[in-house]
Design a protein around this ligand. Structure first.
Ligand code: NDP
Length: 291
């Protein structure tokens, strides 16, 4: 008796420019294999002027969704059919999901951070020092506030961008949380001391990213204490200078791979409806980064 054969894979991928160094495929495809799914994750170089055609192409090919990275996270929005709550608050999409033929924009960066944080502690009622005001900081600030953080002290090199994030957190995000969020902007000149009562310290800048691995986050690390959770978004290398210094001071630490894997887990759940094994994904990335 002949069995039914299927040579058609389901497709997802990543649109970016440049994109060749994006490691997402290296963790997503092993996760698909471990789930027994014949899916493909394509790393696709899409120039800014080609984004409309690329999204139309994804529709034509029946993509189940795709990640967006620099420079498409904001530009993609006008080509989509709708936005999830956090993507709408942040004004940025990093994960598009095909829901019944409609492309819906989500943002999994901050959700991934929250999920890796929850493995260590409960964010409810906590105070957080957030360094940076770019895409990653925005995502983390918004989702941690929605997850129950009650005080955010924010510092950024450029005051203008810092104030923009402050306004977002004080306005629409505070409203979405039902009120009670306290947000303070701190000018970042010289080493920042961790404010009294802080439980969470996050480097959400690109300081320390390969090849500038010795670059130092201007933070007085002697003000880190063992009750704090210290997180660094830098995925390459995972053991940044801040991660090492925080570990030496007895803090619990989340490295950039923790966040990368956790947001990948959420993306796969959105696309396939199945939950992948994060250990498979982390070890695939560790192999790539020689960690
Ligand atoms: P953006 O370009 O949007 O923001 C960069 C941020 O870093 C800004 O706040 C910028 O400050 C700050 N910055 C850069 N260089 C310095 C410096 N020398 N001193 C002080 N501040 C500096 O990038 P993203 O937010 O998208 O990404 C930031 C990092 O997060 C990247 O390294 C990326 O790899 C990582 N990331 C990790 C993820 C993960 O899953 N692990 C997910 C998403 C991002 P200013 O505004 O003054 O320029």
């Amino acid at each position: 008796m002949s069995q039914e054969l299927n040579f058609k894979q389901e497709l997802v991928g990543c649109f970016g420019f440049p994109v060749a160094e994006n490691p997402t495929q290296a963790m997503i495809e092993p996760a698909f294999r471990a789930l027994g799914l014949d899916w493909r994750y394509l790393t696709l170089e899409v120039k800014p002027e080609d984004l409309p055609a690329a999204v139309a192409g994804a529709r034509a090919f029946g993509f189940q969704g795709f990640n967006c990275t620099i420079p498409h996270k904001v530009a993609v929005i006008e080509h989509l059919d709708g936005l999830g709550e956090s993507a709408s608050l942040m004004g940025a999409v990093n994960c598009v999901v095909n829901r019944d033929g409609k492309f819906i924009g989500e943002n999994t960066d901050g959700k991934g951070f929250v999920s890796s944080f929850r493995e260590l502690a409960d964010p409810t009622g906590q105070s957080m020092l957030l360094l940076g005001a770019g895409g990653a900081a925005r995502a983390i600030g918004v989702e941690m506030a929605l997850a129950g953080v009650r005080r955010i002290t924010l510092a950024n090199r450029s005051e203008e961008r810092g104030r923009e994030l402050e306004a977002l957190l004080k306005g629409p995000v505070t409203e979405a949380t039902g009120g009670g969020l306290e947000v303070n902007y701190l000018p970042w000149d010289g080493d920042i001391e961790v404010p009294e009562g802080t439980g969470i310290v996050v480097n959400a800048t690109s300081i320390g990213l390969f090849p500038d691995v010795d670059a130092r986050v201007a933070l007085d690390v002697d003000t880190l204490t063992p009750e704090m959770v210290v997180a660094d978004v830098i995925p390459n290398p995972p053991r940044t200078r801040l991660v090492r210094e925080a570990t030496e001071r007895g803090c619990q630490v989340i490295d950039g791979l923790g966040m990368l894997v956790a947001q990948g887990v959420i993306g796969i759940e959105y696309w396939t409806g199945q939950t992948p094994d994060p250990a498979v994904m982390r070890s695939a990335l560790e192999e790539v980064f020689g960690a």
